[in-house]
Design a protein around this ligand. Sequence first.
Ligand code: ATP
Length: 324
Amino acid sequence: MKKIGVFTSGGDSPGMNACIRAVVRTALYYNLEVVGIRRGYQGLIDDELVPMHSHSVSNIMQLGGTILRTARSEDFMTVEGRRKAYENLKKSGIEGVVAIGGDGTFRGASVFMEEYPDVRFVGCPGTIDNDLYGTDFTIGYDTAINTAMSAIDNIKDTANAHDRLFFVEVMGRDAGFIALRAGISTGAEAILIPESKTDIDSLIEKLKNGYENKKTSCIVVVAEGDEAGGAFKVAEEVKRRGFSNYEIKVSILGHIQRGGRPTAMERFRASQMGMAAVEALMDGKKGVMIGIVHKDITYTPFDQATKHNLELNPKLLKMVEILS
Ligand code: ATP
């Protein structure tokens, strides 16, 4: 293998730049040429390929977002779009690609490799949601929970000053990992996540107990994908059922969770995974996602990484019950 490509795809996440940097520097170390593909699959179709040098990735570790930009590509979902992408890869002599993205990105790579088996894709898990099977951490997750934690700390200050109950919505369409970690780290009174059934009556009971025990404020962290609805809906329902011990407020953290300086852990793990991805391509691997499990690098086939549902550790739910 003489030349590889790297791109970021799907939602951006902090730490993607550290991963790109590791891919580029590792490739150069092993005397491979490396090309940056801008805006994910769409850039591949539109031929947005840029040669990368060591200095192309200087001074980017500390930046959120992704220097290669990212995109969701409708065109890549079509046979014609993938054909164009293949032609551009062939034209530039790229034999292997490191795809940094989430489950959709790996599904796209699998479809592509079925049609064009001579191009090898290896993935790095880039998503704040931590919802991929085969890795303890996805790139972006640690920073996202730290950002959510800091924001909730700030909200707690004002909640305390005014005897308020805050429903704070954090990201997580299908998974409650961010909600659970950020909630436990901020001592939230309750955490509502898609993986467990939300019972509004028990929630109210819990909030009443807190009030009777002289709690001056309460924080309920709600994952955006909770089946009871988002934070606004749950707050409405709690009000509708007559809970009035605290003044009720809602705060949606939104996209602040996607940006910002990656944490030290994020940069470290993203660097490890980027380096491992290039070495995997050189070893002849394809169709696998690099992960870290118990500190070791792992290789999980794309279909397993995306199809398995990750289960939350039930001990964490118990922990919320005991500690709040
Ligand atoms: P995140 O978890 O942050 O949303 P993601 O990688 O899951 O990231 P998606 O938008 O789901 O983000 O997927 C990225 C891109 O992968 C899509 O825009 C599309 O171009 C491509 N893709 C996804 N699924 C397929 C598929 N079945 N066939 C072809 N391409 C696909």
